[in-house]
Every structure is written in C-alpha cells, then in structure tokens.
Design a binder for this molecule. Structure first.
Ligand SMILES: Nc1ncnc2c1ncn2[C@@H]1O[C@H](COP(=O)(O)OP(=O)(O)O)[C@@H](O)[C@H]1O
Ligand SMILES: [Mg+2]
Length: 272
C-alpha cells in the first residue's frame, strides 16, 4: 500500500484564533491552512504552548476559529461528532466506571450502539490488545498512569471512529510502552480505514507514523513547513533503523529545533 489518499476530509482554511486574556487578546493560531485527506496520517509537531491542542480542538468541535474556517467533510465544524474520535492529552476515562465499562461506554451510546454480545466481544478484544484484561473489573484509580492512558485509547478505538484526533496520546507513557502503542496504532490502521490527526512532540514518532508532517512555529502557530513522509504502509519496526528514516528524522528535527531556538515566542501581548 502506498500513501495515496482520497477525498478531502478536513480543511483548515486561513484559520486564526485569539484567546481573550486579562492582558488582552492572545493570538494562538495565525493564518493556518492545510488539508487532511481520507486515509492521511497527519502529524502536527511544534513547541509546547504554540497552539497544537487548540488546533485539534477546533477540528474536534470544542472551539471555533476567530477568523477563517475549519471544515469537516465540506461543512464548517459545528461541534463534536461520533465520526471523530478524540484521544485527549490527559487521561480521558470515567473514574466511576470499571475498566470494562469505560471501554463499553461508547458502545452503549446511540451513535455506536451494538448488541450486548458484540459489545462483550469488542471489550474483550481491546482489553487484550491494551494488556488490561486482568484489570477489567478494576476502577481507573487502581491503574498506573500509563494503564489509564491505554484505557483512554482503548475506549476510542472500540467505537471505531473513521477519523482519529490524537493529542499527544503516548506522551505520558514510558519509552517501551510508547513504541508498543505506536505499533498497535499502525496495526489498527492496517485493519480499519482511518484518517488521523496526531499531535506530538516527538520527531521520531511523527516520522514513524505519519504520511505527512505539519511543522508549526512557536506561538502563534503558523505553518513552518509541510513534509511528505515517503514510506508506505504497513510499516514495521525495522523502518526506524534505515538510512532514509534517519535522514528524514534529522531534517524534521532541524525544522522543529529552529522553533525551539527562536528568540522568544511571538506574542500579541507581553505575557500569558
Ligand atoms: N482557554 C484559554 N484561554 C487563554 N489562553 C489559553 C487557553 N487555552 C490555551 N491558552 C494558551 O494558548 C496557548 C496555546 O495552547 P495549546 O493549544 O494548549 O498549546 P500546545 O497544545 O501547543 O501546547 C498557550 O500559551 C496557552 O497558555
Ligand atoms: Mg497541547
């Protein structure tokens, strides 16, 4: 399979966003335009605090641009929808539900409702995939941070959204679990048609997973560069060992580091 993608799913069209703060408007996104097509895997990378979560939230339907348009399937995003599954930067689990019921939660909602038998089967599958079977009846407070994040991921995978919005989903995991979760995501993508927007700090992760990398500047987020990743799917662990991988990682790192080295974040107000 190649990186050939299909119809446009999402578009940021000259999007800017300002937050109202005590010291005046803070420009967080500044005239950002790019498309995400069917089956694209777009990684967005940039310095912390630059506006990546804000960008994802606009496509998820939690925030509206100040100017410009965020389109999903041709229409301005009006709010969240079941076709867009969001994995948040911080553990998106319900503390009052067991691990199993957290995974089952979305499968009981109208948009994704399935029969009880199918629900059990899907829960068992994702419990196993995420290494949580033994903890099926435990509550999230009894899980480690990494396990909670795996549960948050399982909840979203279980309802099989066609469009995944992932906000640094593996950031809190130890290095080994992180690699395991990256490979699992590739397996899920190989099995199910999906389009992905992934926010990450990690150049390695972006190059390993994405078909395209959107590099954004220090705040306010502007497009610094868009880099096509030439590797097809499915991808295996050995990809990381190759020369082409190392070269691309170095190139993207340079672009990203430029922004970390930028003298000071560009601001419209003195401080936040
Ligand atoms: N609701 C808000 N009101 C005011 N400022 C905010 C709000 N949310 C985020 N910010 C500020 O906007 C900037 C970008 O935030 P965010 O999108 O979370 O960045 P990132 O995800 O790239 O770290 C940060 O400086 C943050 O402090
Ligand atoms: Mg963020």
């Amino acid at each position: 399979m190649t990186n050939e993608t299909g119809a446009r799913r999402a578009r940021f069209d000259h999007v800017s966003l300002q937050y109202a703060t005590a010291s005046g408007p803070l420009t967080v996104i500044d005239d950002v335009s790019y498309d995400i097509n069917e089956r694209d895997f777009v990684a967005v990378i940039g310095p912390s605090g630059c506006g990546k979560t804000t960008m994802l939230n606009m496509l998820a339907g939690f925030q509206k641009p100040t100017t410009g348009r965020v389109l999903f399937d041709g229409a301005p995003v009006a709010g969240p929808g079941p076709e867009r599954g969001v994995i948040f930067q911080e553990y998106g689990v319900f503390p009052w539900l067991t691990v199993r019921d957290n995974i089952a939660f979305g499968l009981r909602l109208n948009a994704n409702r399935v029969s009880a038998a199918e629900r059990d089967e899907i829960c068992a599958h994702y419990l196993d995939l995420m290494g949580l079977t033994e903890f099926a009846d435990a509550y999230p407070k009894h899980l480690s941070g990494g396990m909670r994040q795996r549960l948050a991921i399982a909840r979203v995978y279980a309802v099989k959204p066609r469009f995944l919005l992932m906000d640094e989903p593996f950031g809190a995991l130890d290095a080994q679990t992180r690699i395991h979760m990256q490979n699992l995501l590739l397996r899920v993508l190989a099995a199910e048609r999906k389009t992905v927007m992934l926010i990450t700090h990690s150049v390695e992760e972006a190059v390993f997973l994405a078909s395209r990398i959107v590099i954004v500047t220090a705040r306010p987020a502007r497009i610094k560069d868009i880099v096509e990743v030439p590797f097809g799917y499915p991808r295996a662990e050995q990809l990381r060992d190759g020369k082409a991988f190392a070269e691309l990682r170095a190139r993207v790192s340079r672009l990203v580091m430029d922004e970390y080295n930028a003298p000071a974040p560009r601001r419209t107000v003195a401080a936040d």
